[in-house]
Design a binder for this molecule. Sequence first.
Ligand SMILES: Cc1cc2nc3c(=O)[nH]c(=O)nc-3n(C[C@H](O)[C@H](O)[C@H](O)COP(=O)(O)OP(=O)(O)OC[C@H]3O[C@@H](n4cnc5c(N)ncnc54)[C@H](O)[C@@H]3O)c2cc1C
Ligand code: FES
Length: 274
Amino acid sequence: MRVENLMGNPQSVYVLDVIHETENVRTIVIDVKKRIRKFAPGQFLMVWIPGVDEIPMSISLWDPPRVGITVLPIGEGTEALVSLQKRDWIGIRGPFGSSFSLESRKALVVGGGVGVSPLKPLVYDLLRSGTEVTMLIAAKTKQELIFFGEFSRLLNERFVLRTSTEDGSEGFVGLATDAVKEILLENQFDTLYTCGPELMMYGLYDLVKESRMSFQASLERFMKCGCGICGTCSLDPIGSLVCVDGPVYSGKQLSKIIEFGKYHRDAVGKRRKF
Ligand SMILES: Cc1cc2nc3c(=O)[nH]c(=O)nc-3n(C[C@H](O)[C@H](O)[C@H](O)COP(=O)(O)OP(=O)(O)OC[C@H]3O[C@@H](n4cnc5c(N)ncnc54)[C@H](O)[C@@H]3O)c2cc1C
Ligand code: FES
């Protein structure tokens, strides 16, 4: 393999647009020209903010040459990303990692918080391939629901949008897992796709693991290289690397990962409970 392919072909790109999704969350739209040709929903970029850090970000918008990442600020790197302005430049490598399988005829897609990001291109691809989709977006409050407007405009006979908020300001009142329990009382699906807080994804996995539904979840782990070199993102006990073998894992794969829903590791490899 050529080194630039392994490293994800590093390149500098300009910011074309900054979209305010919620009070804090921004979609940074970059111009990748013709340099990224292939992408599958679930894959991510390593994003270099000069002088700050390089961090993993899911692709939330795929309309080449316009490509978007949707960022929730939680630390130095993400704060720097949401502060970008049009014409600023950053570096990207990738896309990296595994993607969601599109083998579903009737899908339930559940996104919590900024976890909705990698699910947006998935929903578009599922609808294009004729799949019936029910999408649940979950957040603490209505103001924090990401892509609510865009998904509302998609509504048709093959796309149902549900929402849940912890404060009850929009849709189901309570946690996404409880909203899914209610949805499953009246509907059947062949696949549940999810991305969001790991405890939410673990709760969903627990809910459907004895059923016939396929399960696919996108995991987050601390990453340094993003391309299988450093071992930072290795999962116990099988040593699967989230940056190469993930971030999307099936229910069968997750059943072998003991840290799923229990703990992750910080920048120095120390275990942190969820
Ligand atoms: C494959 C992948 C896709 C991602 N996609 C998105 C996305 O679309 N939008 C988005 O906003 N964020 C996304 N993230 C998370 C994002 O990469 C982290 O929030 C970011 O790296 C934090 O960097 P920071 O410098 O802002 O914060 P830091 O100061 O580095 O960290 C702030 C806190 O978050 C913890 N933390 C940092 N990174 C991770 C991690 N990867 N897993 C668990 N805890 C972590 C730290 O331990 C610390 O407590 C993704 C992560 C992965 C692995
Ligand atoms: S981040 Fe280095 S191996 Fe995954």
